[in-house]
Design a protein around this ligand. Structure first.
Ligand code: IMP
Ligand code: MG
Length: 184
């Protein structure tokens, strides 16, 4: 195990590196079946997607392209503000493309509800929502993932790309953050 000065802030491990790897491969296999003849465009939602996206596209051995969009609905807290901002826009035309949206976690649904409408307004042919984690207990918008890695309880999780105030993204597993870290 690598040295870590973040482990002391983690209450418990929800999914280990090995469990994540196995599940991501299953997801890749599923996407392969669905998209093998569609030249899909993966659209990663920054910043949280960056590790999941890297693993998912390599688990999905389909001829495809990548794109990123930056969205933000948090102000360094643990709850969505509900107002979604584009912090980095798409860099190419998505008209008539089959999109695979890659998100770290579907929580209130505000981010993906906004993104879904935005991508439709730009002329996407189809949108498939893939999220590593799904926290259905906190949903505010009527949005569901087409493919979800793990359903998680209503706890604030970090690691494997997920952050608290931009930190902990490099924790290699998914863990629950100790509440005292964010209630300080
Ligand atoms: P939503 O708009 O509430 O669905 O939230 C989506 C975004 O909130 C995700 O892209 C994450 O960046 C962030 N988020 C929601 N829940 C958590 C969590 O438990 N840990 C870290 N980030 C989270
Ligand atoms: Mg985030």
């Amino acid at each position: 195990m690598a040295k870590s000065n973040m482990e002391q802030d983690i209450l418990k491990v929800l999914y280990t590196e090995e469990e994540i790897k196995a599940r991501v491969q299953e997801m890749g296999d599923e996407l392969y079946e669905k998209f093998a003849d569609k030249n899909p465009l993966f659209v990663g939602v920054l910043n949280g997607c960056f590790i999941f996206m890297a693993d998912l596209v390599r688990a999905t051995q389909v001829k495809s392209e990548l794109e990123f969009i930056g969205l933000s609905s948090y102000h360094n807290g643990v709850k969505s503000s509900g107002v979604v901002q584009i912090t980095r826009d798409l860099q190419r035309d998505i008209t008539d493309r089959h999109l695979i949206v890659v998100e770290d976690i579907l929580d209130s649904g505000n981010t993906l509800a906004f993104l879904n409408n935005y991508l439709l307004s730009k002329g996407a042919a189809s949108i498939t929502i893939v999220t590593l984690l799904d926290k259905p207990s906190r949903r505010e918008k009527a949005i569901t993932a087409d493919l979800a890695g793990f359903v998680v309880p209503d706890e604030f999780v970090v690691g494997y790309g997920l952050d608290y105030a931009q930190q902990y993204r490099n924790v290699p597993y998914i863990g629950v953050l100790k509440p005292e870290v964010y209630s300080k």
